[in-house]
Design a protein around this ligand. Structure first.
Ligand SMILES: Cc1cc2nc3c(=O)[nH]c(=O)nc-3n(C[C@H](O)[C@H](O)[C@H](O)COP(=O)(O)O)c2cc1C
Length: 400
C-alpha cells in the first residue's frame, strides 16, 4: 500500500467514513455527483433511516465457531452476499476506476456489474474479471438492442442486467449547482472546483484526457458511444418508450442470465418472472431518480413473495454488514453496494476497495456470530422485530 493510501485510510472504520474522507480530494461537482440524491433527498435519507424499522432479536448459546457468508448467484459461487452495483462515471472519480473496481471484485470473489456509462471497453473489463456482469441502458430501437446483446454476448458475458428505472433523465440539484453537467462544459464553478483539487485535475482528469482525448462512453451502444465533451452524450441513456415488449424481445435473444434492475412493485416482479427473467434488483437507484419513493428495504418482502424462483437482489442505502444481513432476513439473495465502493476507490484506489470490502466482510461475520447463527440460510424474519407490524404491541410477550 502506498504512503498516500495508508494516510488517507488511517481513520476509515466504517463504510460511511469514505464519504467524509473523500470530500477533501474530489472537486465539489464530482463529489456531489456521487453523493447526491434526487429532489429534496428525502429518499436518500429514508434509505438509511429504514434500517431502524427492523431490529434484531438474536439467539443465545448457539455454536457460532464456524460462521460462513458465501452465496451462489446464477450458478456462480461468491465469497460474500454483497457486490458491486453498476455505477456510471466511475472513471471520473479516479483514473481507470472501472478496471480497479473490476479487479477488486475478482480479487475478493465478489460479483461486479459494469455500467454501460463507463469509459473502459467492456471487452477489456471481462479480461480483468471473467465473471463480470454487464448493466445496459437501452434505447427502444430493436436493431440497437440486438447489436448490444450481440456485442456483450460475443465478449463472453453471461449476465445481462437491464436498468429499467430511467425512462426520462433525472435531475439532481446539488451536482448541478456545483457545476456538474453532461456534456462536460467548462464553467466557472466546475473550473474553480478543479483548481482547488489539483491532485484530481492532474491525476484523474488530466491522465484520462491524455490517454483518450475526448473520453468516450464506449459501452453505451454496439459501436461505442459519444465523448464526454460531445453534445450527443445528452441523448443517450434510457428511453421513454422502452417497455415490457422490449424485455420480451431481449429474453428471446439473450441466452444468458437476464436481470432487471429498478423493480419497485410486486406486479412488475410477477411480470418479469412470467417473461422468464432470471433475477431482479429491488432498487430506487440509490435515491437518484424519483424522490419520496418507498425504500427498497421496506417493500422487499412483498416483492420477494411475488418473485417465485427468480433471484432477488436489493440496493440503495446499504452501509453495514448488519444492513446486508437484514435484507437477507427479509428475503434478498444478495445486496449491491453503490456509492461506498466508488468513494473508497476514489480515496485510495485498490487499497481503498480492499479496506471497504474488509470492513463489510468483518461486520457480516461478527454480526452472524452475535445473532447466534452461523449460516446465511438461517436468516429469516423471526430474527427481526418489524416496528411497523400491525398489532405488534398486542402480541403475546413470548412472540414479541
Ligand atoms: C455515481 C452513480 C452512478 C450510477 N450509475 C448507474 C448506472 O450506470 N446504471 C445503474 O443501473 N445504476 C447506476 N447507479 C445506481 C447504482 O447501481 C445503485 O442502484 C445505487 O448506487 C445503490 O445505492 P447506494 O449508492 O446507496 O449503495 C449509479 C449510482 C451512483 C451513485
Amino acid at each position: 500500500m502506498s504512503m498516500t493510501a495508508r494516510r488517507r485510510l488511517r481513520d476509515i472504520y466504517l463504510l460511511t467514513d469514505f464519504e467524509k474522507a473523500v470530500r477533501r480530494y474530489l472537486p465539489k461537482a464530482v463529489f456531489e455527483y456521487v453523493r447526491n440524491g434526487a429532489g429534496s433527498e428525502i429518499s436518500l435519507r429514508r434509505n438509511r433511516a429504514i434500517f431502524e424499522r427492523f431490529l434484531w432479536r438474536p439467539y443465545r448459546l448457539r455454536d457460532v465457531s464456524a460462521c460462513a457468508a458465501e452465496i451462489t448467484l446464477f450458478g456462480e459461487r461468491y465469497a460474500q452476499p454483497f457486490g458491486f452495483a453498476p455505477t456510471g462515471g466511475a472513471a471520473m472519480t479516479r483514473y481507470d476506476a472501472d478496471r480497479i473496481e473490476a479487479a477488486a471484485a475478482q480479487r475478493h470473489g465478489l460479483f461486479y456489474a459494469l455500467s454501460a456509462n463507463s469509459l473502459t471497453p467492456l471487452e477489456d473489463i471481462i479480461r480483468v474479471n471473467p465473471r463480470a456482469w454487464f448493466a445496459a441502458y437501452l434505447p427502444s430501437d430493436r436493431g440497437v438492442i440486438d447489436g448490444m446483446i450481440d456485442r456483450v454476448s460475443h465478449a463472453g458475458y453471461t449476465v445481462f442486467l437491464v436498468t429499467c428505472d430511467v425512462p426520462v433523465p433525472a435531475q439532481r440539484i446539488p451536482e448541478t449547482r456545483a457545476g456538474y453537467a453532461m456534456p462536460i462544459r467548462p464553467n466557472l464553478r466546475a473550473t474553480l472546483g478543479g483548481l482547488r483539487r489539483p491532485g484530481w485535475t492532474l491525476g484523474t482528469l488530466g491522465r484520462t484526457i491524455l490517454r483518450d482525448g475526448n473520453p468516450r462512453i464506449v459501452n453505451i451502444r454496439p459501436q461505442g458511444g459519444p465523448g464526454l465533451f460531445s453534445r450527443e452524450i445528452a441523448s443517450v441513456g434510457g428511453s421513454p418508450c422502452f417497455t415490457w415488449d422490449h424485455i420480451r424481445h431481449i429474453r428471446a435473444r439473450w441466452r444468458g442470465k437476464l436481470v432487471l434492475k429498478g423493480i419497485m412493485r410486486p406486479e412488475d416482479a410477477r411480470e418479469a418472472a412470467a417473461i422468464g427473467v432470471d433475477g431482479i434488483v429491488v432498487s430506487d437507484h440509490g435515491a437518484r431518480l424519483l424522490d419520496t419513493t418507498v425504500a427498497p428495504l421496506e417493500i422487499l418482502r412483498e416483492i420477494r413473495h411475488a418473485s417465485g424462483s427468480m433471484t432477488v437482489m436489493v440496493d440503495s442505502g446499504f452501509r453495514t454488514g448488519g444492513d446486508v444481513l437484514k435484507a437477507m432476513a427479509l428475503g434478498a439473495d444478495a445486496v449491491m453496494i453503490g456509492r461506498p465502493f466508488l468513494q473508497a476507490c476514489a480515496l485510495a484506489g485498490a487499497a481503498g476497495l480492499d479496506r471497504a470490502v474488509s470492513i463489510l466482510r468483518t461486520e457480516i461475520l461478527r454480526d452472524l456470530g452475535l445473532l447466534g447463527i452461523s449460516r446465511l440460510e438461517a436468516l429469516d424474519m423471526t430474527l427481526l422485530k418489524d416496528l411497523h407490524e400491525v398489532g405488534f404491541a398486542q402480541m403475546a410477550p413470548d412472540t414479541v
